[in-house]
Design a protein around this ligand. Structure first.
Ligand code: FAD
Ligand code: A2P
Length: 268
């Protein structure tokens, strides 16, 4: 246990790290104890953090990657070398403490969409996190006949957390049967050669993903979508979805798609 963690333990809202897995030099996932009182809807985010050397909390938004039935909470994180939080967070170990404010919020919730036939989860990088939760929620499979997970990264190694998660769902004793063959996984790389390549925007616009999966072109009657990536990715995907006739909804006004930023950056 590191020194920083020992200090945090005296703070309210401290939770204990139970496991950590490093996927690449820029990506890791970890699990923490769940506050007994915490209820959340799959797809929501909370504020988590650590104390700096002066004892001041450094808090950041994090999507909960685990489903709402899980006893623990899982997070999927970037490592920004000089990032105020993740330059430290990347060194956490089981037994360490983090701060977790138990106030979940967010737009990527099933209630913000009208009923439909198919739901599309469109993510780049750590934007997969809210969908790691939603892909494990029985409600997703009760509401939709098909669930399509498009995840795009530069290199294949960055897809590995999502790939293993999807793979594990088939044999999951709790939801394996519900998932069945309803979940269609469509991972692509853009900079490293792999079986499937290309940006999500390009694969939607060209119609390649519809052909590959043997499903009709996206349309407002049957298709619903959730988007999570960089600001520019979100803007570009929104334009593609609107070109298929889908409209942006919200908790207060459910429509055909919803969007959330995976991070705030690049001066925005
Ligand atoms: P910061 O000062 O916060 O960021 C420094 C720079 O790093 C940013 O300007 C940006 O260019 C880049 N950056 C930050 N986060 C990312 C990222 N995730 N992917 C690529 N580049 C990034 N981050 C996660 O890792 N997992 C999550 O589940 C997650 N959920 C979020 C949900 C919401 C609603 C928002 C707004 C952000 C979320 N983030 C998530 C980003 C997170 O809040 C922090 O920005 C991130 O942990 C880095 O913190 P930092 O203090 O080290 O660096
Ligand atoms: P590309 O390699 O063509 O830029 P990043 O690592 O820069 O955050 O990008 C993560 C993934 O998202 C990469 O595969 C990248 O493709 C893709 N991407 C970045 N910006 C956009 C965008 N505006 N529209 C579609 N895909 C994007």
């Amino acid at each position: 246990m590191n020194q920083n963690a020992a200090v945090v333990k005296t703070m309210p809202d401290a939770q204990t790290v139970t496991s950590v897995q490093h996927w690449t030099d820029r990506l890791f996932s970890f699990r923490v104890t769940r506050p007994q009182s915490l209820r959340f809807r799959s797809g929501e985010f909370v504020m988590i953090g650590l104390l700096d050397e002066r004892g001041k909390p450094i808090m950041r938004a994090y999507s909960i990657a685990s489903p709402n039935w899980d006893e623990e909470l899982e997070f999927y994180s970037i490592k920004v070398p000089d990032g105020p939080l993740t330059s430290r967070l990347q060194h956490i170990q089981p037994g360490d403490q983090i701060i977790l404010r138990p106030k979940p919020v967010g737009t990527l919730v099933l209630d913000a969409l009208l009923p439909g036939k198919r739901i599309w989860f469109l993510a780049t990088g750590t934007g997969l996190a809210p969908f790691a939760s939603l892909m494990r929620d029985p409600d997703t499979y009760e509401r939709y006949e098909q669930v399509i997970m498009m995840h795009t990264c530069r290199e294949a190694s960055e897809l590995e957390y999502g790939r293993q998660l999807v793979e594990s769902l088939k044999d999951d004793p709790l939801i394996g049967e519900m998932v069945g063959d309803k979940l269609l996984y469509y991972p692509t790389t853009t900079r490293e050669a792999s079986d499937r390549m290309g940006r999500i925007t390009d694969n939607l616009t060209s119609g390649k993903v519809f052909t590959d999966l043997g499903i009709p072109q996206m349309n407002m009657e049957e298709d619903r979508a959730m988007v999570c990536g960089s600001l520019q990715f979100n803007i570009d995907v929104k334009n593609v979805l609107e070109s298929f006739g889908l409209r942006e909804g919200a908790n207060s006004e459910p429509l055909e798609y919803v969007v959330e930023k995976a991070f705030v950056g690049d001066g925005i």
